[in-house]
Design a protein around this ligand. Structure first.
Ligand code: SF4
Length: 242
């Protein structure tokens, strides 16, 4: 949280959204930490609750219609009003908060939007996945291709934020993943590909996927990595395929 404030400070942007002039940037946050937005609410014009792949297009379309920088406070506030109508977008300045016991609870400001609902990509298989990522000139951490095979986790460990906020569990199909893997290796030239998910071995077609990727990529000397596995679902057969 403190790094966000340093970032704004270094960028010469007023820390609190309420102190920003109409021509100053609109600052929007998203991702796992924004799922509980209230601690950072004073510093952002808007926070996106949930998954970003679809909502980012809706926000960009809206932004294109307004062509910032905004000429005056009235246009800026009209933009924020429109932004708050997008599902999953929380505009703190429009939600009065009330303390209820130990909690701070935003109160509905419009009958059109009684609550901000978390965005969920319903069809993960059809969702856009970038297959032409930037390839750094020097070696960095996670310096390999990666594809997201599934999202969410069925285990429900009580301490785990990701297990809760990425519900429900969804998977990409083996066919889609093989296509994505080939595209990303073609575009980047990486010799390693990692199958990302909260728990790779819980992917229901993991053996079929590994077999298919092995067929596609072994001649190209591309190795396959499973970065997150649960020991109880890992066996000798799986080890042999990796
Ligand atoms: S991701 Fe890991 S820690 Fe989180 S719920 Fe799943 S198994 Fe548990």
């Amino acid at each position: 949280y403190a790094s966000v404030l340093s970032l704004l400070d270094l960028g010469g942007i007023a820390l609190r959204a309420a102190d920003r002039a109409p021509t100053e940037p609109i600052v929007i946050a998203g991702g796992p930490c924004a799922v509980n937005p209230e601690p950072m609410a004073p510093f952002f014009e808007a926070l996106v609750i949930g998954e970003g792949e679809e909502v980012v297009h809706e926000i960009m379309d809206l932004l294109a219609g307004f062509s910032p920088p905004f000429a005056d406070a009235e246009i800026r506030s009209r933009f924020l009003g429109e932004l708050s109508r997008i599902e999953g977008v929380y505009v703190p300045s429009l939600w009065p908060v009330e303390q209820v016991g130990r909690f701070i609870v935003p109160q509905p400001h419009s009958p059109d939007k009684p609550a901000v609902r978390r965005r969920i990509v319903e069809d993960l298989d059809a969702a856009l996945f970038p297959t032409r990522p930037l390839v750094p000139y020097r070696e960095s951490v996670h310096d390999r291709a990666q594809i997201e095979i599934s999202r969410g986790c069925t285990r429900g460990c009580r301490f785990c934020q990701a297990g809760i906020i990425y519900r429900p569990t969804r998977e990409r199909s083996v066919e889609t993943l093989r296509r994505l893997a080939n595209e990303i290796i073609d575009a980047t030239g990486y010799d390693q590909i990692s199958l990302s998910s909260l728990s790779c071995t819980d992917y229901t077609r993991i053996e079929e996927l590994l077999e298919g990727l092995h067929q596609d990529l072994s001649d190209r000397r591309v190795s396959i990595g499973l970065p997150s596995i649960r020991v109880d679902a890992f066996g000798v057969e799986l080890a042999r395929r990796v």
